[in-house]
Structures are given as structure tokens and as C-alpha cells.
Design a protein around this ligand. Structure first.
Ligand code: PLP
Ligand code: COI
Length: 351
């Protein structure tokens, strides 16, 4: 980092116009944002400034060649007023992994962490205190440098902004197992949090919504025989009392929630298998009554139980369990995140 962060505070906060008891996901934005430019081969002094539109040249390569990556993380408040983050360095490391794949410069960990902490200090009042809500944080980087030549830009922007948010999904999630489209392919960018991965999901998801589903369950691009992700979440399937999740690969995002759940489940003596999941075993388990649960896991949605799924024109319902893995795991992970329980893993970072 060139020098310490410059702070320009907003003249009048808009916080009084926000209903914290009725927060949609990611729709109202906190007063400030952090912005840092990469020019002449180095990151410049980051600035925390009032949240505002940014001005870009129409020839900026983000618009033409989609060099754009992001992260999703959350800040929480406990009842003593402490601010907590959950495994924030993992987000920084994954941003840099995505950056490498998209030929975007690496962001120094110190800049990321210091910038994030300072921004949260400045926007402290925006971190919700009510149960089930948190401050969703969106760090992102993109090519601001110009040119129609199809090659990496020479200038980039790193921005962090945030949105006090409630639940990502309201209600039950019904999914469609995808038989034709794929969100990612071997050798591609599926493992990176590249904006284009999400753009590629919109059309198949729209088709699924038109058929009455909320999300697509992504299958492998080659055979569509293996279950890989649930929309913008990692997928977990419970057959009898075994919890199964797909191993990460080129096509799957290495989710921080996913790896935390694997660890918590193993430590709770749940039988966990990290292995390929076939569509046919899930159908067979649904037919025999052995399919107990399916859920998605990710920062935005935390743990999102799936109520049923469609495949080849047939709908399968999942039972409603009193003592579900999803419910218990969600409680443990959110209790760790919000400082309601011990954190034996050292995942929680109190600011
Ligand atoms: N898979 C995809 C495609 C995602 O976009 C996300 C969201 O970040 C996840 C999985 C879950 O990752 P994490 O738990 O790190 O948020
Ligand atoms: C997250 O879970 O943080 C994500 O990035 C998913 C996003 C597409 C809302």
C-alpha cells in the first residue's frame, strides 16, 4: 500500500431512511465505500468516500471483455456491540485466486484487511443488530483501463461497498436439476468468483423460474450426471444419515461456508462424505425415502434448505424434518459468526 487510507466522510447520513426491521438482501447501501486504483503498475492510496456512482471510459475493458471478479462476506454485531467477520482472510485469498485466473493484479492482504476494517469502522452504524440480519460486504475488482484490443487492461479498480441485509431467500427453495446448460466447464473459470459466471447462470435460471422453480442445481458440463452446485451456493445432500458434498474442482467454487460446514459436521459426529454425487443416486434415494435433506450453503444464503426438486419432468418432495442437519448446522455456524458460542476453530475475527 502506498500510504495510509484517506477518509472523506459523508455530510449527511441516509441511515434514518432505512428500515432495519425490513431489510431485503443487498438493496440499500451503506454511506461509504472504499475505492483504490491500480495505475502505473501499482495500487494507489485507498480512499474511503461517500457511496456514489463511478465514472468509467466507454472503452474500459470491463465492458468488453468482462475482466471482473468479486467476493461476498458479512459483518455481524454481538449484543456487546462488537463487530465480527468470519474467515475474512479466506475471502482475500480467494479474490487473489480469481484475480490470477482473470489476469487482474493481486490485491495486497494488508490493503484488503486494513481497508475493510477502516470501512466497517466508518460505517459501524450500518451493521444490523437484529437476529438474521448482517452487513453484506461486496469487495470487487475490475478492468477500468481502456482499449478494444482483446488483452488484459493496464488499469484496475478495487472497491468495497456494503449493504445491510436480511435473508437471501424468503421461503422454501424448489430447484430444477439441470440437464442441458452448465455454469462452468473444465479448464474454465467456474472456480473463480468471476462476474461472467453469474451472467451465464441467468438464462437457464430464468427458464427454471418460468417452470415454477427458484434455482438450478448445476450438473457437470460433460455428462450432466453429477450434481455440483445449487445456484450460487455449494450443495449438500443427506442420504439416510450421511451428509455428502461434491469435491471442489475447476467448475466449483471453493466455498468458505461449505468447508466450515464440513468441519462442524465432522466434529458433530455426522458421517460426511466428500465425493461425486450422481443424479441417479439422488433420484433412487428420493424414491426409496432415503433422501432426507438437500441444502445449499453460501455466505449470502447461509444454509438454504431445498424443499423439493424437479428432474426430467418429475417433481420430488423432500420431507420436513424436526431435527434436520440443515437447521442444526445453521445454528452452529451462525452462533459462531455472531459470537453466541465458543469458536474452537479461530474463524471469528473480532474487530
Ligand atoms: N458457489 C457459488 C457459485 C457461489 O457464488 C458462492 C457464493 O459465494 C458459493 C458457492 C458459496 O461460497 P461462500 O460460502 O464462500 O460464500
Ligand atoms: C455469496 O454468497 O456471498 C455470493 O456471492 C452469492 C451471490 C451471488 C449473492
Amino acid at each position: 500500500m502506498k500510504s495510509s487510507i484517506e477518509i472523506q466522510r459523508i455530510e449527511k447520513s441516509k441511515i434514518d431512511s432505512v428500515d432495519f426491521n425490513n431489510l431485503p438482501f443487498g438493496s440499500v447501501y451503506s454511506d461509504h465505500m472504499l475505492e483504490c486504483d491500480f495505475v502505473n503498475g501499482e495500487w494507489q492510496t485507498p480512499v474511503i468516500k461517500p457511496y456514489s456512482p463511478i465514472s468509467l471510459d466507454p472503452a474500459a475493458k470491463i465492458f468488453h471483455y468482462g475482466q471482473s471478479i468479486f467476493e461476498g462476506m458479512k459483518a455481524y454485531k454481538d449484543d456487546k456491540g462488537n463487530t465480527m467477520l468470519f474467515r475474512p482472510l479466506d475471502n482475500c485469498k480467494r479474490l487473489n485466486k480469481s484475480a490470477e485466473r482473470l489476469v487482474i493484479p493481486q490485491i495486497p492482504e494488508e490493503l484488503f484487511m486494513e481497508g475493510l476494517k477502516k470501512l466497517l469502522e466508518v460505517d459501524d452504524a450500518w451493521i444490523p443488530t437484529n437476529e438474521g440480519s448482517s452487513l453484506y460486504i461486496r469487495p470487487f475488482m475490475f478492468a477500468s483501463g481502456i482499449g478494444f484490443h482483446a488483452s488484459p487492461a493496464n488499469e484496475y479498480k478495487f472497491i468495497i461497498c456494503s449493504a445491510p441485509s436480511g435473508a437471501y431467500f424468503s421461503g422454501k427453495v424448489k430447484v430444477l436439476i439441470e440437464e442441458k446448460y452448465a455454469r462452468a466447464a473444465n479448464g474454465g473459470v467456474g472456480f473463480a468468483k468471476a462476474g461472467g459466471n453469474y451472467a451465464a447462470q441467468f438464462y437457464p435460471t430464468q427458464l427454471a423460474i418460468e417452470k415454477g422453480y427458484n434455482q438450478v442445481i448445476w450438473t457437470d458440463d460433460n455428462t450432466h450426471e453429477y450434481i455440483e452446485e445449487a445456484g450460487a451456493m455449494n450443495i449438500f445432500v443427506r442420504i439416510n444419515d450421511t451428509l455428502i458434498t461434491s469435491p471442489t474442482n475447476d467448475r466449483i467454487l471453493d466455498g468458505i461456508t461449505r468447508k466450515s460446514i464440513i468441519k462442524i459436521a465432522e466434529d458433530s459426529n455426522i458421517d460426511v462424505e466428500v465425493r461425486k454425487i450422481t443424479v441417479s443416486e439422488v433420484i433412487a434415494a428420493a424414491q426409496s425415502g432415503n433422501l432426507k435433506e438437500m441444502f445449499g450453503a453460501g455466505t449470502a444464503a447461509v444454509i438454504s434448505p431445498i424443499s423439493g426438486f424437479g428432474y426430467q419432468g418429475t417433481d420430488y418432495d423432500l420431507p420436513e424434518l424436526e431435527n434436520s442437519f440443515a437447521k442444526n448446522l445453521k445454528k452452529t455456524i451462525t452462533d459462531i459468526q455472531t459470537n453466541k458460542t465458543e469458536d474452537p476453530y479461530g474463524w471469528r475475527v473480532i474487530l
